[in-house]
Design a binder for this molecule. Structure first.
Ligand code: PLP
Length: 348
């Protein structure tokens, strides 16, 4: 007999999503990710900090929540090919869900600026990977233009089904805590996810599942902080490649989330990102992506109310970006095979 397993976010939250009964669902069991209390971080900031571990999704990032919606909808409409521009995780997710659906995925990635693990995923899942000699913003522009002339379904977060799926992250936070947190910190690249979480919090609040709404704190990398500076960044630069975006598609939605919630959008330097990245690994045993650590870097710079409840969304898995990982630690030296040499190397 086939046993009941975690059904993925569409089945779990069907009542809140734009799906009809006849829609075929393409799911990889996304969502249901851990919300873990972070004891050391909590005592550092004097509040109750929880980490939403989105790296536990099937392809290792939160993008899967939106992709199950976007690909299910694409298949329902008879689409045979999906397309996206990507800093990496969207392409990995699109490639996986296309494989599950038995359709094709085309992904445009900025040459030389995608983490190795993400490139590997897109290729192994069988997507057609096109490296462009340009950045994410240029890639997204190309995707929009191509989709006007060819039968391609865009699965970037400009596809409204993406945000619909991603809002389930907020539902899970409230379901798990039993209340909405006082504040949430989240990295901001194309600004889809902060907008989706705000949508989710509002919907659950209106449905009576929460008695308050969190203040939304978005965190950009200083070299790619258009929302903070108020101007498009033509050449965004940051170690956090997943948020290396100079002209976010959901800019105005992110401003609405900030202003309606009474939160803020701030910038953190690459150094602060990498410090938070190592701190998360050493003090909380979470290996996340550099972009994900931006949320904690933002928290560490923001005064918060003592004893308040705070959720940091850790958007992707650290294994995605092995090059940054090994660049931040000492490469172990090679020693001989005698016990003496090894004991000395250990420091015994
Ligand atoms: C996509 C992504 C982000 C940024 O999310 P937006 O919706 O583009 O703001 C942050 N972190 C990771 C790991 C991502 O994959």
């Amino acid at each position: 007999m086939r046993k009941e397993t975690w059904p993925g976010v569409i089945e779990r939250y069907r009542a809140f999503l734009p799906v009809d009964a006849a829609m075929p669902i393409v799911s990889l069991g996304e969502g249901g990710t851990p919300l873990r209390h972070a004891p050391r971080l909590s005592s550092r900031v004097g509040a109750d900090v929880y980490l939403k571990l989105e790296g536990s999704n099937p392809t290792g990032s939160f993008k899967d929540r939106g992709m199950t919606m976007a690909v299910s909808q694409a298949v329902a409409q008879g689409s045979r090919t999906i397309i996206c521009a990507s800093t990496g995780n969207t392409s990995a997710s699109a490639a996986a869900y296309a494989a599950a659906a038995g359709i094709d995925a085309v992904v445009l990635i900025p040459s030389g600026h995608i983490a190795l693990g993400k490139l590997a995923q897109a290729l192994v899942y069988g997507a057609r990977v096109i490296q462009i000699d340009g950045n994410f913003d240029e890639g997204l522009h190309l995707v929009r233009t191509l989709a006007e002339s060819y039968p391609l379904t865009i699965v970037n977060s400009i596809n409204p089904y993406r945000l619909q799926g991603q809002k389930t992250g907020a539902f899970e936070v409230i379901d798990e805590l039993g209340f909405a947190p006082d504040a949430q910190f989240i990295p901001v690249g194309n600004a889809g996810n902060i907008s989706a979480y705000w949508l989710g919090y509002r919907e659950y609040y209106e449905a009576g599942f929460a008695q308050q709404l969190p203040k939304m704190y978005g965190v950009q990398a200083a070299g790619a902080a258009p929302i903070v500076t108020g101007a498009v960044v033509p050449q965004p630069e940051t170690v956090a490649t997943a948020i290396r975006i100079g002209n976010p598609a959901s800019w105005s939605l992110a401003l609405a989330a900030r202003d309606e919630s009474g939160g803020a959008i701030t910038a953190v330097s690459d150094e602060e990102i990498l410090q938070a990245y190592i701190l998360l690994a050493r003090e909380e045993a979470v290996f996340c992506e550099p972009a994900s650590a931006a949320s904690v870097a933002g928290l560490l710079k923001t005064p918060v109310s003592p004893g308040s409840s705070i959720v940091c969304v850790l958007t992707g898995n650290g294994l995605k970006d092995p090059d940054t990982a090994v660049s931040q630690v000492q490469v172990p030296k090679v020693v001989g095979t005698s016990m003496k040499e090894v004991a000395e190397a250990i420091g015994l």
